[in-house]
Design a protein. Sequence first.
Length: 371
Amino acid sequence: MNIKMTAPCIFGLEKPVAEELKQMGAKNVTSENGRVFFEGDENMLARANIRSRYSERIYIVVGSFEAHSFEELFQGTKGLEWEKWISEYDEFPVKGYSVNSDLFSVSDCQSIIKKAVVERLKSIYGVEWFEETGARHQIEFSIIKNLVYMLIDTTGAGLHKRGYRPQANDAPLKETLAAAMAYFSRLRPYHTLYDPMCGSGTVLIEGAMLVNNIFPGTKRNFSAQRFEQIDPSVWDEERQLAESLRITDTDFKAYGSDIDENALEIAKSNAERAGVAEYISFERADVRSFKPKTERGTVICNPPYGERMLTSSQAAELIRAMGKAFPQKHGFSYSIISPQEDFEELFGRRADKRRKLYNGMIKCQLYMYYK
């Protein structure tokens, strides 16, 4: 069975998402703002959930159409083959969003879509009432400039929920974004990674998982595992395949430091749960006294922002201190995410490359130094 799917992502991560899906064997991979479309079979659906580092979740695309009125929305929804994915016992709640469209009332759209799906399934199954006691098939709609996409969520809890971080410090970095920072920094199995403001250890953990080919979803469950339309053996196959691709002979080493002892304890526990504790050393230290332990290194960090944990003057002072503490020398690269528009001026040198990324709702730049 060929399934059309889409992987939404943080704005700016479309390239890594598309690249990893192609590496997994996905077909017809195309990117849009904030999401990547692709096709594949049931194995591809499971594989994308288990292996994707940068996506937020994986949806089945049931169909798409244009709608300027509630009648067009109703008829367009009713015309789709919902019975391919929803049995007469399954639960199918509806949620979604509408942007720059004639149909701007989300609650009205929800009720019309629900009614249309019910009408379609009534005609297929010949029943008047749906108990919805079976597996949850979360229907999600997106309406952008009157183009409607009808989706079914296969993931459940977002893909950034890797399972290793039940506890985090204040303002933690999202796992998908931390993984993408490692990707953009071109982290390799022979590199040494540093995060001198490591907090709960997310950058170090995601870096270690990336270079050792440890896939983030091997130990968690997904909502589509309960879909009767997908053979359970598919998930077992894909988990075993993912585990078999793990690399065990890298020279990778990571060093994390922070001034907060409590954050370091959390980071150590998270690294243990993620199965990467052997690669990471932690110590209590101030970023101002950063001293590399190796001749070469990749530094990736997420300093506290004025908008979240420090005042703007404290955040500016910290960036100045980092500029002084991070040596400009051959073999060292730095990737620092910050919303500070005058970051380069404060840091004391212009970045070799910048990438626009969002940390939650905060518009940031990833400032990269590698010369």
